[in-house]
Design a protein around this ligand. Sequence first.
Ligand code: FEO
Length: 171
Amino acid sequence: MIKKAVEIALNEQINAEFKSAYLYLSMSAYFQSAGLSGCANWMRVQYQEELAHATRFFDYVNERGGRVTLAPFSEVQVEFSGIVDVFENTLVHEQVVTGMINKLMDISIQESDHATKSFLQWFVDEQVEEEANVGQILNNLTLIKGEGQGLLMLDREMQSRVYVNPFSPKA
Ligand code: FEO
């Protein structure tokens, strides 16, 4: 049976992952309204990934005989001052999520919950990749100064991102 402290932290993570999904869907809507359909696609894929993360945590709590309790989340940001603002917000958000995953890992270690430690390792690695991806996009935006022909090319490149369920056997 899962320890209470771990169960609470896992439920907080489910909330954070769903909140991430909602935020990225909001960013997708912003990009769509700004005429950047490639960036809108990129954020929509991001939204789908976050739903997969939330659902994986959800399933894990159940697998361990814990109780999932879904909590409300606060209002999501809907307005941004431009593409750089969106990706800066994304990076800050992912850094917060990384901090939560690390704290969850700390709790699992304190509680000697080896199964949760093992489960979390995928998410620890995933956060490194997520932060690196967003950091790369921000670097590209700095190079093209977030505008002009460069922005059109970046938007086209963002269109090619395709969602793959990270937990499907083939992924
Ligand atoms: Fe589920 Fe972007 O971390």
